[in-house]
Design a protein around this ligand. Structure first.
Ligand SMILES: [Zn+2]
Length: 333
């Protein structure tokens, strides 16, 4: 079962979310495996991509934002790019690009360093791209390196994202994600300011100082419990069991997730691909036509194939452009 649950710790300025995705995650892997251009992901890479998907779902569910949250790792090693994109309704897609002839060289137990940070140039980027765009709109983007302060590659995506949150939001956050070939799952725990809208549980404090002290003690206790969650537990147990095991001494209130459920979905369509071709220019696109063979454009996210013959190409360059943005993730073959 795929689900996301959000919750508050009663009387404490701490909130959380837990996500578990099975068949929609398997669909991402199956579509890739069925793509004759790429073949299946190496196990080490599918694990990271699943972790990115779980993290993206948790982060998207944790903000009030209409648009796409895009988590990317740009690599300097055998994996050039890994992308997980989650829309506000928890529709997600994910893909990765492997450098030419490197597919077979990525070991099943490859680390983040092996795949993305061979020369220390790997980067993790989080982008918020709103649905409603004004002409001057710039998406928000935060970027962090994959290394700690001592120059060592961080061992897991969880630690990279925790570092990101520490450096950007300054909200104490625990983020634990795990994935395998069947499940992508994660747990997020976050300290929230006691004053303001986060104060749903009515926590009271006499002075500012006590307020701050109280926060930290409560958050630290819950964070320690969260950190005791083992990867295997996250992958194998259902969400209710995990929450009960970790937080049986705490009182949790569920937050309505408004029926939102993680599901796979790709936004590619023929019009977007046409716009992408239009952006390349008529000369270049006409050169791609070889005799009677149509141009084939494959979507890296879902594997859909779009074909354009000479008539289609002529039409693209005679019709007025629509105002959709150019989409990446399309590969010309
Ligand atoms: Zn697609």
């Amino acid at each position: 079962m795929s689900e996301i649950q959000k919750f508050l710790f009663d009387g404490l300025p701490v909130r959380g979310a837990i996500v578990r995705v099975d068949s929609p995650w398997q669909e991402v892997l199956t579509r890739r495996a069925n793509n004759s251009e790429t073949g299946a992901y190496p196990a080490g890479l599918s694990r990271v991509l699943g972790e990115m998907t779980a993290a993206g779902l948790l982060m998207q569910s944790n903000i009030h934002f209409d648009g796409a949250l895009v988590l990317q790792i740009q690599g300097d090693g055998p994996v050039r790019l890994a992308v997980a994109e989650v829309k506000s309704d928890l529709r997600f897609r994910a893909t990765a690009t492997i450098a030419p002839s490197q597919q077979d060289k990525i070991a099943a137990d490859a680390t983040l360093k092996d795949m993305f940070n061979v020369h220390g140039q790997g980067r993790c980027a989080i982008t918020l791209d709103a649905d409603e765009k004004h002409p001057s709109y710039q998406p928000y983007q935060g970027i962090v390196s994959l290394m700690d302060e001592d120059g060592n590659t961080l061992p897991s995506l969880s630690e990279i994202l925790q570092q990101y949150m520490r450096l950007s939001e300054q909200l104490d956050t625990v983020l634990i994600v795990a994935a395998n070939e069947t499940v992508a799952a994660g747990l997020l725990i976050q300290r929230i300011p006691v004053k303001g809208e986060g104060n749903l549980a009515g926590a009271q404090a006499n002075t500012e100082e006590q307020d701050v002290l109280g926060h930290n003690e409560d958050f630290n206790r819950i964070a320690t419990l969260a950190h005791s969650l083992a990867e295997q537990e996250l992958l194998e147990l259902d969400s209710d069991t995990i929450l009960r095991r970790l937080f049986w001494q705490e009182t949790l209130s569920r937050v309505d997730t408004q029926g939102r459920e993680p599901h796979f979905g790709c936004q590619c369509d023929r019009e977007r691909v046409s716009n992408m071709l239009r952006g390349l220019g008529q000369e270049e696109v006409s050169d791609m036509l070889e005799g009677d063979k149509p141009i084939e454009v494959g979507c890296e996210f879902c594997g859909a194939q779009y074909h354009f013959d000479a008539v289609d190409v002529a039409q693209i360059f005679s019709a007025p452009a629509t105002n959709q943005n150019l989409q990446d993730g399309h590969q010309l073959h």
